[in-house]
Write a protein that binds this ligand. Structure first.
Ligand SMILES: Cc1ncc(C[n+]2csc(CCOP(=O)(O)OP(=O)(O)O)c2C)c(N)n1
Ligand SMILES: [Mg+2]
Length: 362
């Protein structure tokens, strides 16, 4: 046990050592983009704090996995895309959906299981979807969306397009079959896909370094020669933005896929029904990681470079809280789907008999 704890501490030190941020002049990015990224992170954070409250009040059913702590990964990456590119992600998907352009109202209504939700209330927390913004979900089964992203990459090449597919997934995925199947085809065929593993140090309650046979997950990508693999500070939104900008150019111009390991951390439990700490990680560890908060870090950097004032920050934060409150009120007032809707989108043709039908074998 003691040995296990000291191993975890050593891993922790390695993670933190990777986070020496270069003192880059951020003015080159322009105030508008920088404020936009700060806004998106704040909105994601405040929105999910509202989700936690609504969940505790029994307004949200089923699983609910929050992204708090990881916002820089989604924001930096998605901001680097064009509007006709595609995004796939796993079940920790609220922030990605909002950053991609699904409204906070439609995401919250989906969480509440209401008709105005982006998936008509049928999917809930893990199944956000937005065809109009090329947001391809929201996937609950670990690793299964990686081959789907490869398929969209294939379709783009088949049609002669120049879009890019961005696919986020968790660290536990690198130990499973779909990861290698998808990486092999994408690398061999030169498909325009950017895979991002969000290494938040745990898969549920299992520390990543207890189950992965490599010290750094990026090493897995080196098995695929045609793929560019790189490790990025996932708590630095600028580093994420830069890495995905380069990856998207590489995919469009060279038809060369990329694998990014974003080193990040989740502050809360695996899902709303799990504790934040106390079982598989200590309170001190979580507190230490919180010192490296992606929002506070960006805010400090912008203020110190005269690219943001405290008043501007307060205004953005207030607006993020207001938008989250508005989303919850909207969701509360949206009706639940009619019971007959459970047959929609299940069969190709209408389900004859609807709720009254009973299959003979029953
Ligand atoms: C194929 C499959 N096996 C098991 C599960 C149960 N499960 C849900 S989340 C999870 C852990 C995933 O961890 P990670 O990939 O690191 O993502 P994170 O939750 O940290 O974002 C598991 C095992 C599942 N959903 N799908
Ligand atoms: Mg994880």
């Amino acid at each position: 046990m003691e040995q296990e704890v000291s191993q975890q501490e050593a891993q922790q030190e390695r993670r933190v050592a990777d986070r020496d941020r270069p003192d880059v002049d951020l003015s080159a990015y322009g105030r508008e983009l920088l404020h936009e990224m700060l806004w998106s992170m704040l909105l994601s954070r405040r929105f999910e704090e509202k989700c936690a409250e609504a969940y505790q009040m029994g307004r949200i059913g089923g699983f609910c996995h929050l992204y708090i702590g990881q916002e820089a990964v989604a924001v930096g990456a998605i901001r680097a895309l064009r509007s006709d590119d595609y995004v796939f992600t796993a079940y920790r998907d609220h922030a990605q959906a909002i950053v991609r352009g699904i409204t906070p109202r439609a995401v919250m209504a989906e969480l509440f299981g209401r008709v105005d939700g982006c998936s008509g209330g049928a999917g809930g927390s893990m199944h956000m979807f937005g065809a109009d913004v090329n947001f391809m979900g929201g996937h609950g089964i670990v690793g299964t969306h990686l081959p789907l992203a490869a398929g969209v990459g294939y379709a783009i090449r088949y049609r002669g397009g120049d879009q890019v597919v961005l696919c986020f997934f968790g660290d536990s995925v690198v130990n499973g079959g779909p990861f290698h199947e998808a990486f092999n085809m994408v690398a061999k065929w030169g498909l325009p896909v950017v895979y991002i593993v969000e290494n938040n140090a745990y898969g549920m309650g299992t520390a990543t370094d207890r189950v992965a046979s490599v010290e750094q997950l990026v090493t897995r990508g080196h098995a695929y020669e045609e793929m560019h693999s790189e490790r990025v500070d996932g708590q630095d939104v600028i580093a994420m933005y830069d890495a995905v900008t380069r990856a998207a150019d590489r995919a469009r111009d060279e038809l060369r896929p990329t694998f990014l390991e974003a080193v990040t951390y989740r502050y809360l439990g695996h899902s709303m029904s799990d504790p934040a700490h106390g079982t598989y990680r200590t309170k001190e560890e979580v507190q230490r990681e919180r010192q490296n908060d992606p929002i506070a870090t960006l805010c400090d950097r912008l203020i110190s470079q005269d690219l943001l004032s405290q008043e501007e920050y307060d205004r953005l934060d207030k607006a993020a809280i207001a938008a989250s409150e508005d989303a919850a009120e909207f969701a509360e007032n949206s009706p639940a789907p009619d019971a007959s809707a459970i047959y929609e989108n299940v069969y190709r043709d209408e389900y004859l008999g609807g709720l009254d039908r009973r299959d003979a074998w029953r």
